[in-house]
Structure formats: C-alpha cells, structure tokens
Design a protein. Structure first.
Length: 625
C-alpha cells in the first residue's frame, strides 16, 4: 500500500507530541524526550546520534507473522482519596488537677482547671492540623480563645472568618466548632472547664486547617490524575497559630492567608456577585444537540434569534434591525438570518460561518447558568491556590479550556494568541515550569508511541515509506534505510526523526521548558486548526498561532531577529537568558486582562473530578460520633 506524503504528514501532525512512551528510546539517542530532559544536542549531521542499546536488526526480505502490537496509554484519573481526621493528642499536656488545698485567685484557678481538662478533650482534626496543635500547645501557656470562664473577642473574630469560608471557595463545615453557651452551672465547674478546653483545642484545630487550606487548597492535585503535576505548598501551621495568638487583628490575618493576586480577587468578587443575585434567570433555551447550517430549517431558529437579540451588541442589532424586525418565528434559515448569525459569531470571536453548533449556542444562551458559573468559580478558586503566590512580573500563562496563551511583562498582559492543545485522548498536563530554549528549524524526534501506534502497521506493509518521506532512521545508533529494518521485531533500539523542512511537524520553531511530560510550544504547518473554535486537537503539546511573536518575546529580541535565524536554514538552539516561568494551566473560569471573569467549556471533564474530590474531602472530614 502506497501512502502520499500528505497522508503521512497528516498522521504526524495529529500526533505531534507524545505524552507517554511504552518502549523508551535508548539513553544516548537524540530524541525530543532527550532535549526535554536537558541533554545536550550533538551537531547536526547526516546520520542520527549514537544509540547505545539495541542491536541492528536484520533486513526484512520476507514478511513475518505479526505479533500483537503493543498500545500506548496515557495517564489516568484516580478515585480521590482524602485524608481522614486524626485525634488531637492533647491529654499529655494537661496540668495536675487543682485541689482545694491550693490557694490561688479565681482566674488562675480557672486557667488551671481548663488546662487540667485537656485530659478529657476528644477533638479530631486533619493530620497536619492535629500535629500542629499538639506542637503549639506544648509551649503555649496562655489560652488563645478563652478568658476566665468564657470565650474572648479574638475567638468571635476567628469564628466569623471560618463561617464565611465559602466566600473564598472553601467549605465552612470543615471549620465548624461548637461554641460554649454564655450561661453555665457555676456549681459544676468541671463541666465548664471541659467545654472550654474542648472549644480551645477545637477552634485552634479549625484555624490550623483553614490556614493550610487557604494557602494551598483542600485538594491535593496529584491525587486527581496523572495529568496533574504540582509540588504541594508547605505551610507552617505552627507559626500561623503563634501569629494568631499574638495578633490584635485575627480577622485580617486569616483573610490574608488566601491568595492576594488580582486574579484570585476577581474570582472571589465574581462569586460574591453571583451569589447575591436573586430571582429566576431569564435565559434563552436552545435544545441540546441543535446543529443548524445555512440552507436548512430548524424550529430552534426562533430561540437562536432570541439569543442574538438578548446577547448581541446594540451596534449589531442596529445594523441588522430590518432582519430582526422582519423575522416571523419561522424555521427557515434564510440568507439574511445567516448574515445575522455570522455577525454575532464574529462579534463573539467565533468562526463566522453561519453554522450554529455547540460554541455558538453557548454564546446565544449567555454561557453557563449562574449555578454552573458558581461551580466553576469554586473549582477555579481551589486551583488558583496551587499556583505560586506571585506568578512573576514576566511569565507565560496557557489556559487550556480557553485555547489561548498569554504573555506578561511588568505584571501586565502584552499579548495573547490562539493555541491548539491536546485532544481528550491525548491531554495536555497541568503544571508549571521555566522556559529555557527556543529552537529554530527543529528536528522532530518521533516518539516510540507514534512509531508503535501509527507507523508500525504501515511499515509492515511498506518498509520503505519512511525513506520516501525523508525521515531518518537509525538502528543501534547507525543510520539505516527504513526498508532494511525488520519492522516485525522490537522497536526499542530504533529511532526515527524528521529533519527540518517546510513540512516538518513542528514547523519553524519550538519553545522548550524541559519537563518529564514531553510538553512544549511549537509552530505547525496546520494553520487551519487555529480557525476552529474547539482546538483540543494535538497529541499533548501546545501549538502557537504566532510562534515567531512568542519566540521574540521570551528571547527579548524582535520578530525580524527570529526570522533571520529561521532563514539561516540550520537547526539551532537559542538559550532564553531571562527567568520566565510558564504555567500550563486549566481553568474553566478565569479573569481576562480587564478583570472580567470569562467562562469556558470543561474540555477534559476535569472539573467533574474536582467536584468528586470536594465530596470525598467533605466526607473524610466529617466527625464521627
């Protein structure tokens, strides 16, 4: 079977990045994975760089019985396992019981009675909070939350913040405490001491858990899936308890534990706004699965026009006023109505083709409902805590659900551009890194996953097609013809790469931030993909609509300088001298440069897994008995 060069290129482009390999390339082979992991690239030469493992395979003069082909699988999603509660072992810190033979004043007697009541405290907390409380009270002689026989103002301030945890995306029930009544039986002081001792430890445990959650989030991202890769933040909870004990403004201190970034504050403000809205939503409803193309008829057209009238700009409605006024709720999709829809699509950043599908309907109905938006905001507020406190004055931010990348300098967005990210079966990861290199006229080292899953079936029918397509093949480090390889054997000693060319799968350049996931940004010959509204189409890497612009920005040069390097025609790596963090993020709700929160489709379904993690955490934190 003969394959055209276009067909081969299409297959390569559809899988331009591999997120996992089954049979890894040999240690010394120069593949994309080697570059990602920081290995130095050898000078460009006709043969492939050396491979130390694997042996040259005999020529395949005759076809052999094919063994079942191995398949490459990506990371998986997990059933979230939340940490359960642990008993706070505070009884060892109880003072000897005060007897009537000891003469002390009333306050001192009360303090001693409460301290003695530590022996009877039965409070459970998250593991880190429990340990921190035990450590804190080992040296803390004064109580934080009680004075005499009642609770103090500091306690009331703390309780108010904990009760308002939902305003910053946390669950108030995780920090609920039982407050002792103002009145009590003075005859049975031991009972009162027990209540106060329990309250002291319970509130400190709740505050400790709140501080940790506010700083780093309730959910461990690495327990969500193999696509999440974050080092969880360390939070010094003992120091936080000491700060609370000394603070004259507990409310201010606790509120300051949540991120102070403008992005987080915008999400918080949007959440408050939505929760404050009352009354039923006046939403346009368009039937699920609606797909309307020019020349067709559809009863949902009446709702489509209603959506344009409700959500279109005044300028658009003025320009098309005659069409809108003349529409009589008919199902026929006339040319005038097509023009109206195209104008609405263009106004909303969609492809103006007159085809009303999922993306257009989302805009026509006004996006998510208020309840949907609140759910997305709660996930976004949690995930925002995974990011550094300061993203950096100069950084790159990719938001996968938005299919956009944003470049920042001086803390301000300088430009953004469309991207193509991984498909649902080849998802892009959620992690952070540092940009290190821009490589012009790159080689594409074909990952073993693509060799096995895509190329091997073709090669067994036509062993020479890689030769015809201009790919370079090496076995055991030696350059060989594709036709001479036994493609029925193991591929572990075989490496394949595509030299720099006009139709190279990586285009003119790639931008590297070495990571274990083999993810990077790059150019692509498939420019038409950027015209699509849904751009989860790659094999995991991030394709850029304007790669020269991004390369110039991170290098601190002009686009003309980048063009000159490309025009040289040689493969060349250029080091990025500046320290530029990059965030390959996943937010279905995120503020734009003007601070207005935008909402996006959950293209990978990750928000659903987050909500399952919330539920698992809530269940694990329920106090039993």
């Amino acid at each position: 079977m003969k394959l055209t060069k276009t067909a081969v290129l299409a297959a390569a482009l559809a899988l331009s990045c591999a997120t996992i390999t089954l049979n890894a390339a040999p240690a010394n082979a120069l593949t994309l994975f080697d570059i990602f992991r920081g290995k130095k690239k050898e000078p460009v030469r006709e043969e492939l760089p050396g491979v130390t493992t694997g042996a040259a395979l005999p020529g395949a003069e005759t076809k052999q019985a094919a063994k079942p082909l191995p398949r490459v699988t990506g990371p998986r999603y997990y059933t979230y396992k939340a940490d359960g509660l642990k008993r706070v072992a505070i009884e060892k810190l109880a003072d000897p019981v005060v007897t009537s033979s000891i003469t002390v004043d009333i306050p001192a007697a009360g303090d001693a009675g409460v301290r003695a009541a530590f022996a009877n405290v039965n409070v459970r907390a998250t593991p880190d909070a429990a340990k921190a409380v035990e450590t804190f009270y080992a040296t803390q002689k004064k109580f934080v939350w009680i004075d005499g026989t009642g609770i103090n103002e500091k306690a009331k301030s703390a309780i108010a913040v904990l009760a308002d945890a939902a305003s910053v995306g946390l669950d108030p029930w995780d920090y609920a405490v039982k407050i002792p009544a103002d009145s009590f039986d003075s005859v049975d002081m031991n009972k009162r001491y027990d209540e106060l001792a329990t309250f002291e430890i319970e509130l400190s445990s709740a505050v400790a858990a709140y501080v940790q959650d506010a700083v780093r989030g309730r959910i461990d991202p690495n327990r969500i899936s193999g696509y999440h890769d974050f080092k969880r933040k360390d939070v010094n909870i003992v120091a936080a308890l000491k700060n609370v004990a000394m603070s004259s403004n507990v409310k201010g201190y606790l509120e300051s534990r949540s991120p102070a970034s403008s992005d987080f504050q915008a999400l918080k403000a949007e959440l408050a706004r939505l929760k404050a809205e009352s009354g039923a939503e006046d939403r346009v409803v368009i039937a699920d699965g609606t797909l309307l193309k020019p020349g067709q008829s559809n009863p949902e057209l009446v709702n489509i026009v209603k959506g344009i009238v409700k959500h279109g700009s005044d300028a658009l409605k003025t320009e098309h006023s005659l069409t809108i006024a003349g529409y009589k709720d008919t199902p026929e999709y006339s040319p005038e109505l097509v023009s109206l829809v195209e104008a609405f699509q263009k106004e909303n950043g969609l492809k103006p083709d007159g085809v009303v599908g999922k993306a257009s309907i989302r805009k026509l109905v006004g996006g998510d409902s208020a309840a949907d938006k609140i759910a997305k905001l709660e996930v976004a507020l949690e995930q925002a805590r995974w990011l550094p406190v300061d993203l950096g004055a100069r950084h790159v931010f990719i938001n996968q659900p938005a299919f956009q990348v944003y470049y920042y300098e001086g803390g301000q967005e300088k430009f953004s551009m469309r991207t193509v990210v991984g498909s649902k079966s080849n998802q892009t990861y959620f992690f952070e890194d540092r940009i290190q290199t821009v490589e012009v006229n790159p080689y594409w080292g074909v990952p073993q996953s693509i060799i096995i899953n895509e190329m091997l079936p073709k090669l067994r029918n036509d062993p020479s097609y890689l030769d015809r397509m201009g790919y370079q093949v090496a076995v055991g480090g030696q350059a060989v013809a594709s036709s001479s390889v036994n493609w029925y054997g193991s591929t572990s000693g075989i490496s394949v790469r595509q030299p720099p060319s006009d139709d190279n799968a990586l285009g003119e350049l790639k931008i590297l931030f070495p990571n274990s996931h083999a993810i990077y940004m790059h150019d692509t010959p498939s420019k038409s993909f950027f015209k699509k509204d849904m751009r989860a189409l790659s094999h995991g890497c991030v394709r850029l609509a304007e790669p020269r612009k991004m390369a110039a920005a991170v290098l601190g040069v002009t686009e003309a300088d980048v063009a000159k390097e490309i025009a040289g025609g040689k493969n060349k790596g250029i080091s990025v001298k500046a320290d530029i963090p990059i965030y390959i993020a996943y937010f279905t709700a995120w503020p734009n440069k003007d601070g207005a929160v935008e909402y996006f489709d959950d293209v990978y379904g990750r928000d659903d897994y987050m909500r399952k993690a919330f539920a698992a955490t809530q269940k694990a934190r329920q106090v039993q008995g």
